[in-house]
Design a protein around this ligand. Structure first.
Ligand SMILES: [Zn+2]
Length: 88
């Protein structure tokens, strides 16, 4: 049996391994989701998506496929843009 050692590649932690998806986040109270994402991207702050994934937005998600789990949560909870709460 041959063991292949895979060294962790040293590069900025880009989550591209399983295909990048656009996640849906809940807007903070009194804020907008768009503003939150922009701010997180500029400052490198992690966000928690509706599906529970924690990520730092690094690109424009406009052309990415939307995360299926996020859509599920979004649809089952309804109102985004109101007070959607995220359990972390
Ligand atoms: Zn997601």
């Amino acid at each position: 049996m041959t063991m292949t050692m895979t060294r962790p590649v040293t590069k900025p932690a880009l989550d591209t391994s399983h295909g990048v998806k656009a996640h849906i986040i809940a807007p903070p109270e009194g804020g907008s989701a768009h503003g939150t994402v922009t701010e997180a991207r500029v400052f490198g702050l992690p966000l928690v998506a509706l599906c529970g994934k924690k990520f730092v937005p690094q690109r424009d998600a406009a052309n990415l496929p939307v995360c299926g789990r996020c859509v599920e949560v979004f649809e089952s909870h309804g109102a985004i843009g109101g007070r959607e709460e995220i359990k972390q």
